[in-house]
Write a new protein. Sequence first.
Length: 83
Amino acid sequence: MRAASEQSLRFLVDKWLAPGPQDSVHVTEFSRTRVGGRRYVRVQTSVEAGARSLFFFRHDDGCWCVFPPTADAPKWSGHPRAA
């Protein structure tokens, strides 16, 4: 089980985007997914090299992740090609 601090959005932004003390961090988008209505946010950091952003998704257990909940993941509906 993860510590409560590892479930926070702030922890994940620091982990994945690694903003420095002088870098700005902004939530640039927030809404709900079309399927399931779960929350997501897009967070952007502005650094000397340019801007970086990631989407973070809120899961049913309350933690934030960089991947959508399984129930909301797009399903592949194509047919496999014959070899």
